[in-house]
Design a binder for this molecule. Structure first.
Ligand code: S3P
Length: 186
């Protein structure tokens, strides 16, 4: 397995929470690429998109990922932004830079998880309940899946769409990833 590790997936997949827990267990660094973007450009991704548009954001986001990958530190877990893998050749870049894991969820689980979060930084979802969120995210997740599914590994968060969430999912996924990485570590 090559490093660093990139966690990819839709908004609400737990990339940041799982990434932080995983990095803690491994004793590695953790970098949230949305936060890194904010630090480098002085605006959160949502504000940057509102101000300069999505194309400009994607261009800058690409450079943030590639610039950070130049740092001579391998033992890093990165949480990518949800749309990053679906732009230009970004999936190819990730595969060259390290190992990618897609945190895959059924859309209605994502909708339930997103409904529990602060949506003020997610303008398309702000003010919506889980059903309304589901209607917005389903077509976008479908369009993005072919990109996400190019990841080196796919982690299915909950196998069955009708299984209820119990709040322990992020911990469980982090542990599953940790065991997998330890087993495949060179
Ligand atoms: C985006 C997801 C966000 C952030 C930006 C765009 C997307 O990241 O990068 O607002 O297009 O799905 P998270 O997936 O971390 O919320």
């Amino acid at each position: 397995m090559t490093y660093p590790i990139y966690l990819i997936g839709y908004m609400g997949a737990g990339k940041t929470t799982v990434g932080r827990l995983l990095a803690e267990r491994l004793g590695w660094h953790f970098v949230d690429l949305d936060e890194a973007f904010h630090e480098i450009h002085g605006l959160s991704p949502a504000d940057y998109i509102r101000t300069y548009g999505i194309e400009a954001f994607r261009r800058k986001e690409k450079y943030v990922v590639e610039d950070l990958a130049e740092l001579p530190i391998e033992k890093v877990v990165y949480a990518t932004g949800g749309g990053y893998p679906c732009w230009e050749d970004n999936m190819d870049c990730l595969k060259e830079l390290g190992t990618s894991f897609y945190l895959r969820w059924h859309p209605h689980h994502l909708a339930q998880r997103l409904a529990l979060t602060d949506l003020s930084e997610r303008p398309l979802l702000h003010g919506k309940d889980a059903n309304e969120i589901l209607a917005v995210i389903t077509p976008q997740l479908e369009a993005r899946s072919p990109y996400y599914e190019q990841a080196d590994y796919i982690i299915d968060a909950l196998a069955e769409p009708d299984l209820p969430l119990d709040g322990s999912e992020d911990e469980r996924i982090a542990l599953q990833l940790y065991n997998f990485i330890r087993k495949h570590q060179n």
